[in-house]
Design a protein around this ligand. Structure first.
Ligand code: ITT
Length: 211
């Protein structure tokens, strides 16, 4: 039987403020003392994996070893059917502005525009289906770990709509909303009921806290 979280402290091994907010809200009912990697000053390990599972484990294991506490990491991304699953594990990289001298950081509008530009190049009637993927990894100091995979199917819309959420939320219409609002137009509590992160989290809860 694999190791279980049992109260105490948990490091949330993300430097993404949007993810941190969502994961903290999802964990709220479980009585864990959550500390963020940013607040603890933990370094960001290079994400050298080629799958969501590999990258989630890299982040969780690095945080567990550095803090000597159990750690939870999230690796996630957008996979567009007509683009052969891209950007996938490189979703965050597509927002990097490294080529603008003196202006580092991420530009989500640019990233959403890049995806849209590639879709439009394929023609006007292109299949706009996409899915958000999320892998949550829990790691303990010493090497034990567990992973949980979640998915949220939907389609891309353009132009971006809505001010809530983060990342690519303004262009993603989850199938559960019947082709209407984007993730950035619905309340966080509604996103938590249907998102890829919530799907992975439900599996984590069943395994870690289920009887
Ligand atoms: P950490 O590695 O520090 O957790 P990150 O932003 O670098 O933060 P990822 O490497 O997992 O995380 O990149 C995933 C990207 O996918 C993320 O930056 C978002 O842009 C996007 N993404 C993931 N979940 C999303 C969601 O619920 N809504 C919108 N975009 C999301």
């Amino acid at each position: 039987m694999s190791r279980k979280l049992s109260g105490g402290s948990l490091v949330i091994a993300t430097h993404n403020a949007g993810k941190l907010k969502e994961i903290s809200a999802l964990l709220d009912p479980y009585g864990l003392k959550c500390l963020s990697a940013g607040a603890l000053g933990l370094p960001e390990p290079p994400e050298t994996g080629t799958t969501f599972v590999e990258n989630a484990l890299i982040k969780a294991r690095a945080a567990a070893e550095a803090s000597q506490m159990p750690a939870l990491a999230d690796d996630s991304g957008l996979s567009v059917d007509a683009l052969g699953g891209r950007p996938g594990v490189y979703t965050a990289d597509w927002a990097e502005r490294q080529w603008f001298e003196g202006d580092p950081g991420r530009d989500w509008y640019m990233a959403m525009g890049k995806v849209e530009g590639m879709l439009q190049e394929l023609g006007p009637d292109i299949d706009r289906r996409a899915a958000f993927h999320c892998v949550l990894a829990v790691a303990w100091p010493g090497g034990e770990s567990a992973t949980y995979e979640g998915l949220c199917p939907g389609a891309l819309t353009w132009p971006p709509r809505g001010k809530m959420g983060f990342g690519y939320d303004p262009v993603f219409v989850p199938s559960a909303r019947h082709g209407e609002e984007t993730f950035a137009e619905i309340e966080p509590s509604e996103k938590h009921a249907i998102s890829h992160r919530a799907d992975a989290f439900a599996k984590l809860v069943a395994d870690q806290f289920g009887s």
